[in-house]
Design a protein around this ligand. Structure first.
Ligand SMILES: CC(C)(COP(=O)(O)OP(=O)(O)OC[C@H]1O[C@@H](n2cnc3c(N)ncnc32)[C@H](O)[C@@H]1OP(=O)(O)O)[C@@H](O)C(=O)NCCC(=O)NCCS
Length: 178
């Protein structure tokens, strides 16, 4: 299946906002309604304010079959949940005295309910997001990719190279270092 990645930023630049909203409302994810609602209600305001950038995975029929959102992020080194060795790894070189270490957040990631896993595996979506962040990382640096995930998805992120570094508000904090 041929998949195109379309940035919401470009869509808003090309089409009327109302038209874009209608297109976004076709994305369904009852497994995680907050992920569905983010795309329906928050993605456009976040895009306009630069809080996050959303990317749509679109098939040949131009249906949205998945999406992810990316943002800048920092890890606070004062966070007591980090082990000493993890703190050291996250700092890397030249950040010895920094309180906050810069990196990236994958804020949202989902497949449309009606899209088969065989057509778009979660790891594929994640890899699109990681590839894009790697390109940005190659240009401007950054130390990590961070995600917050529910317990049911711990194994999924582990298999894709993320390690758990903490827990907050019933979500696991997981990172992948560059
Ligand atoms: C995240 C996602 C893209 C991963 O896709 P995938 O690698 O193809 O994996 P699956 O969809 O088979 O999910 C893996 C397991 O997690 C479970 N799972 C996935 N999302 C879940 C959710 N929101 N709540 C509870 N369980 C969930 C699945 O039921 C599956 O369990 P199983 O192995 O016992 O069958 C996809 O599951 C999805 O779109 N989930 C809903 C959106 C979501 O929760 N996003 C949060 C990302 S942090």
């Amino acid at each position: 299946m041929k998949i195109n990645i379309i940035s919401l930023f470009d869509l808003l630049d090309t089409y009327d906002e109302k038209e874009v909203e209608i297109k976004l409302s076709t994305f369904l994810c009852v497994k995680n309604l907050s992920v569905q609602n983010f795309l329906h209600k928050n993605s456009i305001p976040y895009e306009k304010s630069g809080t996050a950038r959303t990317f749509l995975l679109v098939n040949e029929q131009k249906s949205i079959i998945g999406y992810y959102s990316l943002a800048l992020n920092t890890i606070s080194i004062g966070d007591s949940q980090l082990s000493h060795s993890m703190e050291h790894k996250i700092r890397g070189v030249g950040n010895s005295f920094a309180d906050h270490i810069p990196g990236f957040l994958i804020g949202q990631l989902a497949r449309h309910d009606e899209c088969e896993k065989a057509d778009l595996d979660g790891s594929n979506i994640l890899n699109y997001a990681i590839d894009q962040l790697t390109e940005i990382h190659n240009k401007i640096g950054g130390r990590f990719i961070l995600i917050h995930c529910i317990d049911d998805l711990l194994a999924f992120y582990n298999q894709n190279g993320f390690i758990k570094v903490g827990r907050k508000n019933k979500l696991n904090i997981m990172i992948k270092l560059f």
